[in-house]
Write a protein that binds this ligand. Structure first.
Ligand SMILES: C[S@@+](CC[C@H](N)C(=O)[O-])C[C@H]1O[C@@H](n2cnc3c(N)ncnc32)[C@H](O)[C@@H]1O
Length: 398
């Protein structure tokens, strides 16, 4: 059986535990590929025509599709399979974490100390208040959420996230869980070869898995990553060292960054904004504008917006908002991304958005061929964790 995690922060699973993880991985792949295809067929073959004959029109948006699908046994079965598979993701890691907690903490300490000696800082702030969007719910059903701490120097939530994400993503996020970072950083580098960022910032980095590729793509740049969760930052600092790069990690709230004006060339985030209330998204974008140097690039990998896809695809992606403890998911997806960037100070003429094929999934040739060829948000594959995934990104030049 292949190991889920290959870097030295890996927790050792026994045969039974690996078998269980394999099962959950397979179950998720089945639900998100095969069952999702079946559910669309049910919608197109029966639910949409019935809606049309009773309303004289097709469903206008994802919410109308949702209401029409709710009584369908296929949707109910899909949802309960998906919900249970999500809980099983974390349960397939927790017993290992209970056993390995102290060991992974000690390995983390050693690697972190090495990173510090080489100049990569880890700055934690005991007084930082954890925002309510993190404390109020266990996001995507992850027990303890990002900030839960169990003792001095604890890294549990970092280890749970790293290993859980590997089970959750069934290979779709790359063998080192860094495909988003690799794809976005590689795309920016390929598309703008003369742009040579000296300072790069990743917001809401969790364990820095998608920060690492920026440090690899731009080895001369100084790379910083922030998050509010200390256990993930400790783990991420060590994990970056284990992956051969030095990154400065800071415990900081992205709505009030402790960095100077005009001090970064790139402000990046990945899967971050959809976990924030709308008022905080606006603050984060305004902060990104403030800390960017003129000529710098803000780029967020995110779920694609509802106004760029069909009602059914919108409904499909918003499932997490209704059933996976992601309360801000749909409000984020309902935003007009160009408009919110403009409201934060960016010139609408300098807005950018790219649909980037997964670098590991499609292979280097297809990936390189995609650079500089603008693509529309595609049905099925954009932002959807299933075969052929493509990453939606948006942002603006300052
Ligand atoms: C889905 S995770 C991001 C995942 C990661 N960037 C990736 O590439 O997969 C969201 C992260 O945002 C952090 N977070 C939530 N609110 C925040 C805030 N106001 N400032 C900084 N980090 C925040 C959480 O602690 C969590 O680690």
């Amino acid at each position: 059986m292949e190991e889920l995690i290959r870097h030295p922060m890996r927790m050792r699973a026994n045969r039974d535990e690996r078998a269980r993880q394999n099962f959950v991985t397979g179950l998720r792949a089945f639900v998100l590929n095969d069952m999702a295809t079946g559910m669309r067929r049910v919608y197109e073959g029966r639910v949409e025509p019935q809606f049309e004959s009773s309303h004289g029109r097709k469903p206008a948006d994802g919410e109308e599709v949702h209401q029409a699908m709710k009584p369908e046994p296929y949707f109910r079965f899909y949802s309960s399979m998906r919900y249970n598979a999500q809980e099983m993701v974390w349960r397939s890691i927790l017993p290992i974490l209970e056993r390995e907690r102290d060991d992974v903490r000690d390995r983390s300490r050693e690697l972190s100390a090495e990173a510090e000696r080489e100049g990569a800082r880890l700055e934690l702030d005991d007084h930082l208040e954890t925002p309510r969007n993190v404390t109020a719910v266990d996001v995507h059903l992850m027990p303890g959420n990002y900030h839960g701490e169990f003792g001095d120097g604890d890294v549990s939530m970092g280890a749970l996230y790293d290993h859980g994400l590997a089970v959750f993503s069934f290979g779709m996020m790359g063998s080192n869980l860094d495909d988003i970072g690799r794809s976005v950083a590689g795309y920016v580098k390929g598309r703008y070869p003369d742009f040579q960022p000296q300072r790069i910032l990743d917001l809401g980095c969790t364990i820095g898995h998608n920060t690492v590729p920026w440090a690899k793509e731009y080895p001369d740049a100084e790379v910083h990553a922030i998050d509010v969760g200390a256990p993930g930052l400790r783990y991420g600092h060590a994990r970056a060292r284990a992956n051969g790069v030095g990154i400065h990690f800071h415990q900081m709230n992205a709505t009030t960054l402790d960095f100077d004006d005009d001090s970064f060339d790139v402000v990046f985030s990945s899967m971050f904004l959809h976990e924030l209330p709308k008022k905080d998204i606006r603050k984060v974008l305004a902060e990104a504008y403030r800390v960017l140097r003129p000529g710098g690039l803000m780029i967020h990998m995110e779920l694609p917006p509802n106004n760029q896809m069909s009602a059914y695809d919108g409904f499909y992606l918003d499932w997490d908002c209704w059933y996976n403890n992601e309360p801000y998911y749909k409000p984020f997806r309902d935003l007009d991304t160009r408009k919110v960037c403009a409201e934060a100070g960016f010139d609408p003429e300098r807005y950018v958005q790219f649909v980037i094929p997964s670098r590991e999934g499609y292979g280097e040739d297809t990936f390189q061929a995609s650079v500089s060829r603008d693509q529309e948000v595609g049905r099925d594959t954009t932002g959807r964790l299933a075969a052929g995934v493509q990453w939606f990104t948006f942002g603006a030049w300052k």
